[in-house]
Design a protein around this ligand. Sequence first.
Ligand code: 3PG
Length: 404
Amino acid sequence: IKTIDGLDVAGKRVLVRADLNVPVEAGVVADATRIERVLPTIEALRKGGAKIVLISHFGRPKGERSPETSLRPVAAKLKDLLGTDVLFLDDCVGPDVEAAVAALKDGDVALLENLRYHAGETKNDIGFAKQLAALGDLYVDDAFSCAHRAHASVEAIARLMPAYAGMAMMAEINALSAALEDPKRPVMAVVGGAKVSTKIEVLTNLAQRMDMIVVGGGMANTFLFADGIDVGKSLCEPDFVATVKDITEKAKASGCEIVLPVDVVVATSLAEGVETSVCGVGDVPADTMALDQGPKSVALLKEKLAGAKTILWNGPLGAFEIAPFGEATFALAKEAARRSKDGTLISVAGGGDTVRALNEAGAADDFTYISTAGGAFLEWLAGKTLPGIAVLAGNPAPTRSAVA
Ligand code: 3PG
């Protein structure tokens, strides 16, 4: 993959694909993490004397324009963070945009309106990609979190012009490779979340690569149920018992230990202030559901973590959004953060919920790397080829469909 390191950009128009799909509330950016991640690339290009043209999607507008899906609030935030003017253009292709881009001076920054206002974007349409390519001399992709989308601004465009990976893209690729492809062992994966059915490929791939997988969230119930354990009213997917058995077999064959809870926190419903109790996994009362892992499970996880050199985390252990069901997640997160700070653990986490949980635990800052990606992080964990990266590496897949 070619990077922007040492690239001569003086006087060139550089199209930068960023992921500026950030939470906006009442017209104001509520979490600027993704914007902050792209700043080093923008700053390096400005320093090099480039004219920077930022492109991004925002939400899923399906071609309809509306203030809720406009990137305008992001331009305001970018201006604050960069400490320089950001020219916002209310479209991303066409003669007016071309004229405005042609008028940029070296070091100027422009942000174009939501790419998904044009149907060609999600269709990976080559004609639309050509219109975008007309706006730049070089293309820089700094949006790892969009790399799983074979969309025009991610994939087709990179076949039309000199294409490079930006600094945030390289940081993501390097951190994720270090945890998944060539980790310091033993390596522990934590895979949580409600349903096995949404993470079959992730679990299957990790079972063949990790030394340990901690199964958390509702998924753990399906694993326990597959072992013949009664899970009461807990969230469980009996239809996926065969899948779980297959994953367990694969793990066994490659020497990967699957770690399941030994005790759980149960309640009759998932609600704030509800009465809770702790019981062994074999003793869940018929009218209750497991909503978090219990203290013995947490002790076990800490013990397992003590033997690990890398942790790769996606998904919470319990229903952390509602107190007190975040305790196990927070306890493990704090321990991983402490060890990371000590320099004895490499910790990589990703996915919207996970990052929220780590933030709530006050652990995120000490993690080695937090990915800003959701879907792309999961596809990477599942071992899939991400079209946005394949094309940068010079290996675009011949045909593909685009989803959004
Ligand atoms: C994300 O938020 O994961 C990325 O911005 C991709 O968005 P999408 O799922 O709408 O393609």
